[in-house]
Design a protein around this ligand. Structure first.
Ligand code: NDP
Length: 308
């Protein structure tokens, strides 16, 4: 039984070591040295090859090497092969830390103060208490819930928007498209933590951004394609939005002439809000090995109909 590693070659040794520490059952092979393809039961990949079923007749599971699975063509995966996300609580903690940073940066007007600093302006703004600031999270999933839990002790007014009703610590959950505009209308700071699917692609367009209160801030840690970039830039340039913290973009890295590099109201980071944590990810693989033996349902399986 073996797992074929097809993700970043630079991390292969760490995965190999971590897997061999937790289980002796799995032989680790690294692409392109696949050996006998019939012995490959698992693949760990950022994006797998096409024609998997023909190449690996005994393939059972593909482990996605990233947190999102939007890079996979779900329709082309063989029906009997499960696609599994390697998310764990440490990854959610790291993401929550970034969201906390972004929320506080926007809450305390740090983008405006950076702009003032660069132009030699000393211009204090009125302080707004956290209890007066409304923070809304789109996508109350594994990561969204962890971020809300981390924000709650700071006293922000919290809300969430989700496909199904979820518990939002200390706040309310808006559900579905019918309640989206109402949700946006009460977000002083909006945090996008949705997965990218046909349903959520381009969800933050001009009309939706216009629902946000004047001067609101946006944090995007989902995927770049959730936000229509030119609509965001227009809203920032016109002062309808106060600032944006962007960890993800449609084009990563953006072209050198992209306005996002130097925009005074954009704080840009290179897709580092969180990442798969090898030790936690390996624990998911080991847990699923045990579950397969006991014929129990696997954990973290992607629902192909939902696309996440
Ligand atoms: P989960 O699958 O745990 O959560 C997704 C949540 O979004 C669910 O609560 C789901 O609702 C909700 N949702 C999905 N589609 C819709 C929709 N159309 N309308 C309303 N709600 C919807 O995912 P995670 O929290 O683990 O991850 C979320 C995303 O974060 C990833 O897909 C990835 O793109 C991104 N990410 C970014 C990283 C970065 O470094 N920037 C790192 C890690 C992840 P329901 O529960 O009802 O199904």
């Amino acid at each position: 039984m073996c797992i074929l590693y097809m993700a970043d070659p630079a991390d292969a040794e760490k995965w190999r070591d971590s897997l061999s520490t937790l289980t002796a059952e799995l032989e680790f092979r690294q692409w392109p040295d696949i050996g006998n393809p019939a012995e490959v039961h698992y693949i760990l990949a950022w994006e797998p090859l096409t024609n998997l079923a023909e190449q690996f007749s005994n393939l059972r599971i593909i482990y996605a090497a990233g947190a999102g699975v939007d890079q996979f063509d779900l329709a082309s995966l063989p029906g009997h092969v499960s696609l599994i996300r390697l998310v764990d609580s440490s990854m959610a903690d790291i993401m929550a830390e970034y969201v906390l940073f972004g929320v506080i940066a926007l809450h305390r007007d740090i983008l405006a103060y950076q702009e003032d600093q660069r132009s030699g302006r000393w211009h204090p703004k009125p302080i707004v208490r956290a209890s007066q600031r409304r923070v809304g999270v789109m996508g109350v999933g594994n990561l969204g819930r962890a971020a809300l839990d981390r924000l709650q002790p700071l006293g922000f007014q919290l809300s969430g928007w989700n496909r199904s009703l979820k518990d939002v610590p200390g706040g309310s959950c808006y559900v579905g498209r019918d309640q989206l505009d109402e949700f946006l209308g009460q977000c002083d700071i909006l945090v996008n933590m949705l997965p990218l699917t046909p349903d959520t692609d381009g969800i933050l367009n001009a009309a939706r951004l216009a629902c946000l209160p004047r001067g609101a801030g946006l944090i995007n840690v989902g995927r770049g394609a959730h936000v229509i970039e030119r609509d965001l830039l227009e809203a920032l340039d016109e002062g309808r939005l106060g600032g944006a913290v962007l960890d993800v973009l449609v084009q990563e890295p953006p072209s050198q002439d992209s306005p996002v590099w130097k925009h005074p109201r954009i704080l840009l980071t290179p897709h580092v809000a969180s990442d798969v944590q090898i030790s936690g990810a390996v624990a998911v693989i080991v847990e699923n090995l045990a579950r397969e033996k006991e014929r129990k349902p696997l954990v973290n399986v992607v629902d192909r109909l939902k696309g996440y």
